[in-house]
Design a protein around this ligand. Sequence first.
Ligand code: ZN
Ligand code: ZN
Length: 93
Amino acid sequence: MWLRRDDRGQRSATRQGMEDQFNETRFFCETCGKSYKWKESLFKHKRVECGKLPQFTCKVCGYRFMHKHHLVKHLTSIHRIAPLNGTSMLIFQ
Ligand SMILES: [Zn+2]
Ligand SMILES: [Zn+2]
């Protein structure tokens, strides 16, 4: 791909279009299939979103939580369930 940066004149629109086509590289998450334009976005997705979504599910109402302590707080405050040993089966699938 040879692009001259010094003549952004009349042909710049066409060149820009071609450039976009060539740069249409997408990064796919092999886990969920989501695609991202930037590798960094995919890394961030894998780190904070992917695989963490269904981790902690409230068995009472089906609400999902990213962190265990969120679910524990939810169970205690919403469902009045104390985080004892017996409730571990409510927390983990
Ligand atoms: Zn994913
Ligand atoms: Zn709940």
